[in-house]
Design a protein around this ligand. Structure first.
Ligand code: NAD
Length: 511
């Protein structure tokens, strides 16, 4: 069962793929893989277009983004058609996963852009009070965005919008598994008045992604697996390109003894099964304190049993977007069962469905010798481990090379904050499920092997600018104290000044 089938090379020698809807296996289209030369030509066109785009005022750029948002709202059903065909997902879930965060990204960054990009006067230290400094913001040039298949619309838009507002051109390389959700992004912005070539889509697979890193872009935003991220980081480093890496995770959820068990069980099931578990911040492992474990597990199983798996567009849980994930899920379940895990729900392929559908599955009696507790998986597979107390839960949660996000369930916010601060992750939710990516005001990035750098946040737009300080002299004297000649007298004067000024704890505060 392939959602991606290789085509014969075309007359120009380009490889290509036929793509099918992963849930229904209906053919949805085909595309050719762009080569290094193709991508280099795109970067050249993008660079020319970017110069003109950057000359527009921030208000003009904001107006284009506002129109894009209007159009996206108007066309949401047509956009959902494409996303749902690419991913095999249900419509409500696609709206939640892709359209709402895209709308929020556009609205928030458009609101924030004029303030973030305005010139800013910044004071200088006491020694240099005769100078004035203004921080200005210049676009970097051309941003390359390499996206995965689990959020094919939002993960292109979330990086493109702030970069465009900052005056950059953007080339998005969508995943080969979900290429058509990328094409609608380009069309949407063009129809909203974005000049040609300022936003382009380069379709292809790993070859095209690797080409984008080599093709002369000024910055790269990569979202995908840790394995590929490492390759991208190495290539970007060799090319001296700035980069951010948003990578894999193995998010833990801690259920404390004082948790609201109904909310915790529903939240954990949602956190794991949302997007059929194909979510970087999915709850991949749960640690529940023994005192409340039986009640919690019973509730979680009951909620998970209610989930509807199907292909009619109204389902809660869908087929895997990339069927190869099925092998990973089957391997992890088999490994866990062999080492003593118990299957409380599901456990394997849903044979009633055509696509690679894995049943919502809950495992208990799991531990860290099992792959399901240590390696990332993208699927509706929820392992729950019983622990003695919250300290043990925390130690186990931190026992991972990943550090993307995490959740804590407790009625005591003070305890929630203490656990949140001790979790070695890029973000934490207390009594909520994997919400951080959807809040564009929150800086989002992974600790440990889950990422390098961050996106979003108050100053998310500044990720796509070079901050250039411009320093003015205020007094216009003929010369400065520190200029030539560098005499012994100057040295004595400066030495006295250092002792007088930096030698005083009070004056240090004026530095
Ligand atoms: P992947 O690493 O296989 O592919 C990601 C993208 O990289 C694809 O577009 C692919 O074509 C491209 N690519 C492949 N080889 C390349 C190379 N050598 N150079 C440049 N580009 C190359 O990841 P995936 O399977 O598409 O996505 C799933 C992964 O993404 C999971 O690990 C998930 O946790 C992660 N993810 C992370 C976040 C986050 O924000 N941290 C968000 C979503 C997904």
């Amino acid at each position: 069962m392939a959602v991606l089938e290789a085509l014969k090379k075309d007359a120009q020698g380009r490889r290509g793929y036929k793509v099918s809807n992963p849930a229904t296996l209906e053919l949805i289209g085909e595309f050719r893989v762009e080569t290094l030369e193709d991508v280099q030509a795109r970067v050249k066109r993008a660079r020319l277009a970017q110069r003109e785009w950057a000359k527009r005022s921030v208000q003009e750029r904001v107006a284009v983004i506002q129109t894009t948002l209007d159009l996206m709202i108007e066309r949401q059903e047509a956009i959902l058609d494409v996303i749902c065909a690419d991913t095999g997902r249900g419509r409500t879930e696609s709206l939640l996963m892709e359209i709402i965060p895209a709308a929020d990204a556009m609205a928030w960054h458009a609101r924030r852009a004029p303030g973030a990009l305005a010139d800013k006067k910044v004071g200088t230290q006491t020694l240099l009070k005769t100078k004035k400094m203004v921080i200005t913001h210049r676009p970097l040039g051309v941003l390359g965005v390499i996206a995965p298949w689990n959020g094919p619309f939002i993960l292109g838009i979330a990086s493109a919008v702030p970069a465009l507002l900052a005056g950059n051109a953007v080339i998005i390389k969508p995943s080969e598994i979900t290429p058509f959700s990328g094409s609608i992004i380009e069309q949407l912005f063009r129809d909203a008045g974005l000049p040609a070539d300022v936003l382009q889509i380069a379709k292809g697979d790993g070859e095209t992604g690797a080409a984008l890193v080599e093709a002369g872009v000024d910055k790269l935003t990569f979202t995908g697996s840790t394995k590929t991220g490492r390759k991208v980081g190495e290539a970007a480093g060799r090319n001296l390109i700035e980069f951010t890496l948003e990578l894999g995770g193995k998010d833990a959820s801690i259920v404390c003894r004082d948790a609201d068990l109904d909310r915790a069980a529903r939240g954990v099931v949602y956190g794991r099964m949302f997007n059929t578990g194909q979510f970087c911040c999915a709850t991949e492992r749960v640690y529940v304190v023994r005192e409340v474990a039986d009640a919690f597990i019973e509730k979680a199983v009951a909620y998970a049993k209610e989930l509807r798996q199907g292909t009619d567009g109204e389902q809660d849980v869908s087929a895997m977007i990339w069927p190869n994930q099925m092998d990973i899920l089957e391997e992890q379940v088999a490994d866990a069962v062999k080492k003593g895990a118990k299957i409380l729900l599901g456990g394997g392929r849903n044979k009633a469905l055509q696509g690679a559908a894995f049943e919502p599955t809950i495992l208990t009696d799991v531990n860290h010798s099992m792959l399901v507790m240590t390696e990332e998986n993208f699927g509706p597979l929820l392992p729950i481990m019983v622990v003695e107390d919250e300290d043990e839960a925390l130690a186990l949660a931190n026992d991972s090379p990943f550090g993307l996000s995490g959740t804590v369930w407790t009625k005591n916010n003070k305890k929630g904050m203490a656990l949140a601060k001790a979790m070695e992750t890029g973000s934490v939710c207390v009594n909520e499920s994997s919400l951080t990516f959807g809040i564009h005001r929150a800086p989002f990035g992974g600790a440990k092997n889950s990422g390098v750098g961050f996106v979003h946040g108050e100053n998310g737009i500044l990720q796509y600018c070079r901050q250039v300080p411009v320093i003015f002299d205020r007094l216009g004297l003929k010369e400065e104290q520190n200029w030539y000649p560098l005499t012994e007298k100057k040295r004595d004067d400066m030495s006295k000044f250092i002792k007088f000024f930096y030698g005083s704890r009070i004056f240090r505060k004026l530095a």
